[in-house]
Design a protein around this ligand. Structure first.
Ligand SMILES: [Zn+2]
Ligand SMILES: [Zn+2]
Length: 301
């Protein structure tokens, strides 16, 4: 018998962990242009020097998609992941741990994934995956050809999220992973919940609103508003940064529902003109903040 078989959740956890680390590596090392240009360094040169970080990020992304495929296949049976003829697994007379057996290579996993009807890979996505596999092999062999940029890594991320995971699925996985972390909420739960906003801000800075929205399953090209909850909690003690990725649903002049992609909540809003003379906004949250400029509306009453 085979003992200690993995289940789908094990691979999902691993896959999302790799994904978060792939992003965090770039986020935590990405200098602001202003800071470095002050010292006569531009971002392009900075990243040319730090190819190792981008290589690691790309490798983690490869590991993430590999584990994603394992997770999907494992939903049917973890035995489908094993290579070799079953009679040669050596489990007919004695027990063997699952971890002692060999798992299919990436190419084989990809064939299984499609042949089992678990998902469609378009020709374009397949060639992007092949490119990723080759780059990952070059990195492993220490012979990477060409220069990698953060934009290249994030374009790869975009293809994987939209065409392999599917819009929004990765985002829900990422949030649930971050929110279930044992130290989550030690500082301030609402603040930390809102802080995943910075992943969106970061992705927009490299990929733009159209592609970022596509990954999140929401149209960020329509007007974006502050989230009455996320933006409040993010800045209620000290100003940390904006959380303004909420959109009207439907997107009409009289719409009174606002959806935030960060907290995944729909808020009732009033359509009243903001009282700030410089603000043209007319979307006011239930607690009295203009969601265009985030000024309080009722303070004089
Ligand atoms: Zn929100
Ligand atoms: Zn306003």
């Amino acid at each position: 018998m085979i003992t200690n078989k993995p289940n789908q959740v094990d691979f999902e956890r691993q896959s999302i962990q790799y994904l978060i680390q792939a992003l965090d590596l770039i986020i935590t090392n990405d200098p602001s242009s202003d800071d470095i240009e002050e010292h006569g360094v531009n971002k392009e040169d900075y990243w040319k020097y730090h190819q190792g970080i981008l290589n690691n990020s790309l490798t983690l992304m490869f590991l993430s998609v590999e584990n994603y495929l394992k997770k999907e296949i494992c939903a049917i049976s973890p035995l489908l992941l094993l290579t070799g003829e079953p009679k040669k697994w050596g489990v007919s007379k004695s027990n063997k741990k699952y971890s002692e057996l060999f798992i299919h290579s990436f190419d084989d996993l990809l064939v299984l994934y499609q042949e089992l009807g678990l998902g469609q890979i378009t020709e374009q996505t397949a060639s992007k995956l092949e490119e990723l596999r080759i780059k990952r092999n070059q990195i492993t062999h220490g012979v990477l050809e060409g220069i990698i940029t953060p934009k290249y890594v994030l374009e790869t991320f975009y293809t994987l999220m939209v065409h392999v995971w599917g819009s929004r699925i990765w985002w829900d996985q990422l949030k649930s992973h971050v929110f279930n972390e044992p130290l989550f909420g030690i500082y301030d739960t609402d603040h930390e919940r809102a802080s995943v906003t910075f992943y969106i801000t970061f992705l927009i800075s490299y990929l733009g609103k159209s592609k970022t929205g596509e990954m999140l399953g929401v149209n960020l090209k329509q007007r974006n508003y502050y989230c009455p909850s996320c933006n409040y909690w993010l800045n209620h003690e000290v100003d940390v940064g904006d959380s303004n990725f909420a959109v009207l649903t439907p997107n009409t002049p009289t719409s009174t529902s606002l959806y935030c992609i960060v907290c995944d909540t729909v808020y009732d809003v009033e359509r009243v003109k903001c009282k700030e003379p410089d603000c043209k906004g007319n979307v006011i949250g239930g607690d009295g903040y203009c969601l265009t400029c985030f000024s309080e509306q009722y303070e004089d009453s």
